[in-house]
Write a new protein. Structure first.
Lengths: 114, 112
């Protein structure tokens, strides 16, 4: 069965600085990988996903993530954050042969300050 | 407007009193799923359904039931709620495994 670890529970960052959120997974089969964002008092929205192909995935709001199979990682990056990026970010993984069973990481709270 | 609708948004109940949280989607999605969100634990999958009359357990199914009699509805049933089921619950749907999940706005349940 798959598992997901988000290595940072909270990441403080200054406005216009870069940010990286780390995600590692474990699975014995090929996986689908996702990053979701949750703004206060809302449900989750998809930022980006990796299914196959190019390991660099671009998403909405200037975010991108890189799939590294050898390191079983899927880290999320943004070169310059805005105050509005303050939110909680979740990495999620499903195994391609049982994609209905989706597992989320514990989340990383990003706090952007001026 | 494409959406996943959960009701109620807030629910306070007592131990042992059966309750149902409804979830409905208007996107004709095959796949629906329930999650609970707890601080420090992220979202944990309770049950999912790949299609009508097809449901399967997620990671934390104990104490919960679901049914999928129609494609659009996927209610979550707590037959005998306990305080450890106090949580924020989300319903979600998608058309396939590679499609993004569409989430409802959540149901905050308190069991005293």
């Amino acid at each position: 069965a798959q598992s997901v670890t988000q290595l940072d529970s909270q990441v403080p960052v200054f406005e216009e600085a870069p940010v990286e959120l780390r995600c590692n997974y474990s699975s014995s089969v090929s996986v689908y990988l996702f990053w979701y964002v949750q703004y206060p008092n809302q449900g989750l929205q998809l930022l980006l996903k990796y299914l196959s192909g190019s390991t660099l995935v671009k998403g909405i709001n200037g975010f991108e993530a890189e799939f590294n199979k050898s390191q079983t990682s899927f880290h999320l990056r943004k070169p310059s954050v805005h105050i509005s990026d303050t939110a909680e970010y979740f990495c999620a993984v499903s195994e391609s042969d049982s994609w209905g069973k989706l597992q989320f990481g514990a989340g990383t709270q990003v706090v952007v300050t001026p | 407007e494409a959406q996943v609708t959960q009701n109620p948004r807030y629910l306070i109940t007592v131990t042992g009193k059966k309750l149902t949280v409804t979830c409905s989607q208007n996107m004709n999605h095959e796949y629906m799923s329930w999650y609970r969100q707890d601080p420090g634990l992220g979202l944990r999958q309770i049950y999912y359904s790949m299609n009508v009359e097809a449901t399967d357990k997620g990671d934390v199914p104990e104490g919960y039931k679901v049914s999928r009699k129609e494609k659009r509805n996927f209610p979550l049933i707590l037959e005998s709620p306990s305080p450890n089921q106090t949580s924020l619950y989300f319903c979600a749907s998608s058309s396939t495994g590679s499609s993004p999940l569409h989430f409802g706005n959540g149901t905050r349940l308190t069991v005293t």
